[in-house]
Structure formats: C-alpha cells, structure tokens
Design a protein around this ligand. Sequence first.
Ligand code: SF4
Length: 370
Amino acid sequence: MVFRILRPDSASVWNNEELRTRFPRYRGIIDDKEFARYIIAKSIECDFDINDSIKNLENLLLEKSKAFNLLLNKSPENIENRQVYKKNYISLVENLANKYLENCCFCERRCQVNRAGGEKGFCLISKDSYVSSAFLHMGEEAPLIPSGTIFFQGCNFGCVFCQNYDISQKWKERRKIEDVAQKVDVKQLAALADRLVEKGAININYVGGDPIPNIHTIVGSLQYQTSNITQLWNSNFYLTEKSLSLMIDLIDFWLPDWKFGNNECGMKYSGIENYFDVIVRNHKRIHDEGSGEMIIRHLIMPNHIECCSKPILDFVAKELPKAVMNLMAQFHPEYKASQYPEINRKPNLEEIQKVRKYADELGILYEPVS
Ligand code: SF4
C-alpha cells in the first residue's frame, strides 16, 4: 500500500462535493480503495498468437473489453485476489499497437508510415520513444497535484502559438532528438513511473509534445508498472478511433486540451484537418464509454470567443455533463503567433469574463480547477 500525501491546496479542493461526485474512482485510487484500471486489466487472460491478423486481434479486443467492463463494476474485494496472467489484456493491446505502428494510424494525420521499420511521419518519432523530462508537477489543476508528469518529445500537431515549442517543434529545426531527450523502452518507462510514485505522485501524467505517438511504449510499460496509481492521458486527443480503442479501458483520468470550436481554426493554427469533428467524437467516447472522469482544458484565445470558446462550451454542456473544465486565461503569443495579428496578444479581461459568464449560464463546473 502507498500512503499518499495531498498538498493542502490539493486536499482542500476535495471539499467540493460536486468534484468528489464527478471523480469517484480517481479519488478512490488515491485513497487505495479502488484499483487502477491497468491493474484490473492484468487479471484478464487473453489467448492470442502474436502473428494473428489485425482483424482477429481487434475482434478479441472487443470481446475482452466487454469482459473488462463487467469486472470493473465489481467491488474491489472481488478484484483483489484475482490471478494476474502473463498474457493479459495489456499484452493484447500492446501487440495491436505495435502492429498499427507498421502503418501508423495512431492519430488522424494517418501518415501510414512503417515506424516499426524506422520510417517517420509528421511527428518525427520512429518506433523509439523519447522522454524530455519527468518530475512531480505542482502546476497542474489542484485535484491532480503532485502529478507524476512524463513529457514525451515530439508532437503530431504544429500549432503556430505552441507554448511548449521547444519540446514539440523547435528541436526539429536544429537538433537531433538524442540531444534533447532520453530514449526509453517499456521497462525504463515503467521504472520512471514507479520512481515518481515513490516521490509522492498521485497520478502518472503522460504528456508532451503529445503522448499519442508513444501509445505503444506507454501501454507496454503498464505491464511492468506495479503501483496502484491513476493513469492520466494529457493530450490533444486527435486520436483515431482505433488508437482510442487501445487506450479507453486502461486510462483512469482524461485531461484533454480542447483548443478550437470549429474545423477551420484547427486548420489555420494547427494545420489539422477535421479538428472539431474528431475532437467531438473522441470526447463523447471517453465520456460515455471510458471512465468519464475528465478535466477539459480550454485555452481562451484572443478574438476566438464566438468561433471557438462558445461552441466548445455548448458541446460540453449538452453532451459531456460529467466533465469539469479548466478555462485557462494564460494564452500569450509564442512561437509563430506574431505572424497572425488576431492572436498576437493575450486575451483581455472582457474576453475572459465573457467565456466564464457563458460557462456559468450553461451550468458548467469550472471554478474548482480554473
Ligand atoms: S502518430 Fe500521427 S503524426 Fe506521428 S506518424 Fe503516426 S499518424 Fe503520423
């Protein structure tokens, strides 16, 4: 058993009854009263041949996902003494992820390059994963800290205003990946996660850049992680349906970064096709089929209240009632934002208040985490 100490600012946020109601399992894992999903997944036996076709493996995943979700609803006492299988649900997911890597479709860019064979797509990440830093993050939302945050090198987006551009973009122009990040295999990543738990993390927070290009390494590491700890996916959520199917049962907590309220802004500022359609689809799925425990981050951008903030809030209010939002006011023009006059400033007070007022009118819960 791990005794976790919440910082006072993190502990007090749990006095909010609504938050406790929306994040019951996450809080249960912190208190060691519930099991993290990946631990439960290890007790589901999966008999497959690594050379099975993708179709057969996907069918098996569907079948095992149903078994997983039945088990999830049982009490912790019923789960505690279950046998851990060598070939389990995580092995199945990892095997399928490695097959997808041969024709990469992890994100909706669908580069279809053979990353397993050394090719690289837009994200410039081959089969190897690289971690630029890993530490206890105290700057995340109050219910999440101390967060055992693992930053992966590389990103599948190309946002012109990226606030993290050293990790996501800049290195592409001037340096080799080995100069800025450390290669990790599945066992090394698991050891990194376990060390963060020993230091006091209350979740393992996969971020970047973006973690999407590293799905195969992250799910593979779960086979070697040992702590009862929340697995948290902190991402732009531009996943394909197939890759979300790999993650959906294994992730306890979701931290999506929802930027734009339409496809056009996604294309203009991030070079992404069908942004809104994809993000809406994936949010609905993690809400309805996944844990549904989520904080949606929305960075309020200048001159983008009507076209972006409001449509996002409308969707959340209507379709994602369990979600909590972090309405973030810290946008500042970084990277190439100066080339776009309309976003070449911070959002002003009037814009920020307008978004918050609209969220209030829609009944969206944001204050405890914003
Ligand atoms: S993760 Fe996305 S951007 Fe990277 S190679 Fe795969 S499909 Fe392309």
